[in-house]
Ligand binder design. Structure first.
Ligand code: SAM
Length: 284
C-alpha cells in the first residue's frame, strides 16, 4: 500500500490539539491511517456500515483517533449521530476534547473511562465499537471485550485492530544490539497479541461467536520524511527509555545515532518503515 503523510481529508493541524498532533506524528500517522482505511474498505462495505443513525464508541481512543479516522474516511452525511470517545488517561481525553470541538461530528462526548469497566454505559447502546491498537495495553483484555460486547447492540459491529509487526520495536532492538548487545532487549507489551489466534480467543471469550468474526490484514510502509522523522522522535524519546536502561552517559549519547542507523536499515530492507496489522471485525 502506498505511504502518505496523512489522509487527504484530515484537517490537520488545526483540527488537532498540540498534544494530539504530537501523538499522531510520533506514530507516523499509522494508527489513524490504518483505521481510516479499515473504515472505508471494510466497515463501510460490511453488513453494518456507519451512517447518520449510528452510535459509535472509540474505547482507549488516545487523543480521539477513532473520531479523526471517521472524519477522514466518511463523507459528512455518513458521520454517526453520536460518538463516545473514551480513554483512561486524562491527557488523552483533554487532547481529544480540544481537538474534536472543531470537528464536523454532530455529537461527540469525550470521557475518562476505563475500557475494562463501562458500567456508566447501558447494555446494547452502540451500533459500532472501535478498539484501535490498544488491546495489548490492557491488564484485563477479556474484560474490555466483554464490556464491548455488552454495550454493543445485537447486530452491532466491533473493530479490534492489533499489530502483527510493530516496526519501532524491531528498530529499537537493532539499535540496542549495536550499543549494548549484552543487555536485555526492551520488552514488548503483551507480545502474545502479535498472533491473531490469541486475540481471536480473547474476542470469543468476551462473548462474540466464532462464526461472527472475520479477520483482515493491513500493511503500511511509512516512507515520507515527515512521518519517518516523527517515528524516529518516538524511538529516541522517553517512550523508549527502557531500551537505554543500564546505559552509561556515553552510551546514552550514542542512542539517537544508533536509532537513525537502524531506521536506514529498515528503509533499505522494506522501502520504508513497515507496519503490519490485523483487524478483527466481530458482529454481536
Ligand atoms: C497505543 S495507544 C492507542 C490509542 C488510539 N486508540 C490509537 O489508535 O492510536 C493505547 C491507549 O490505550 C489507553 N489505555 C490503556 N489502558 C486503558 C484502559 N484500561 N482503559 C482505557 N484506556 C486505556 C492509553 O491511555 C492509550 O491512549
Amino acid at each position: 500500500m502506498a505511504s502518505q503523510t496523512q489522509h487527504p481529508h484530515l484537517p490537520l493541524p488545526d483540527y488537532f490539539s498540540k498534544f494530539a498532533g504530537i501523538y499522531v506524528r510520533q506514530t507516523g500517522h499509522t494508527t489513524l491511517n490504518i483505521l481510516a482505511d479499515v473504515i472505508a474498505e471494510n466497515v463501510q462495505t460490511s453488513a453494518s456500515p456507519i451512517g447518520p443513525d449510528s452510535v459509535v464508541h472509540d474505547t482507549a481512543a488516545g487523543p480521539g483517533i477513532g473520531a479523526a479516522a471517521l472524519v477522514a474516511s466518511l463523507p459528512k452525511d455518513r458521520l454517526p449521530k453520536e460518538m463516545l470517545v473514551s480513554d483512561n488517561a486524562a491527557i488523552m481525553i483533554s487532547a481529544a476534547r480540544e481537538s474534536l470541538a472543531a470537528s464536523p461530528l454532530p455529537r461527540v462526548d469525550c470521557k475518562e473511562i476505563d475500557s475494562q469497566d463501562l458500567s456508566s454505559v447501558p447494555d446494547n447502546y452502540f451500533t459500532h465499537s472501535i478498539d484501535n491498537f490498544s488491546i495489548f495495553t490492557f491488564v484485563r483484555p477479556v474484560d474490555v471485550i466483554r464490556e464491548t460486547y455488552r454495550t454493543l447492540r445485537p447486530g452491532g459491529l466491533a473493530v479490534v485492530t492489533c499489530w502483527r509487526r510493530f516496526a519501532p520495536m524491531y528498530i529499537v532492538h537493532a539499535a540496542q544490539k549495536r550499543i549494548r548487545p549484552d543487555l536485555p532487549l526492551m520488552p514488548t507489551p503483551s507480545p502474545q497479541f502479535y498472533e491473531e489466534d490469541v486475540l481471536q480467543k480473547v474476542v470469543e471469550e468476551g462473548g462474540f461467536a466464532k462464526g461472527n468474526i472475520t479477520v483482515v490484514d493491513k500493511v503500511r510502509v511509512v516512507s515520507d520524511d515527515e512521518n519517518v522523522a516523527g517515528l524516529t522522535m518516538l524511538m529516541t524519546g522517553p517512550m523508549m527509555a527502557k531500551a537505554r536502561e543500564g546505559y552509561t552517559e556515553e552510551e546514552q549519547a550514542r542512542w539517537a545515532e544508533s536509532v537513525s542507523q537502524s531506521v536506514k536499515e529498515e528503509v533499505k530492507q522494506f522501502g520504508g518503515i513497515r507496519f503490519e496489522a490485523y483487524i478483527l471485525l466481530a458482529t454481536k
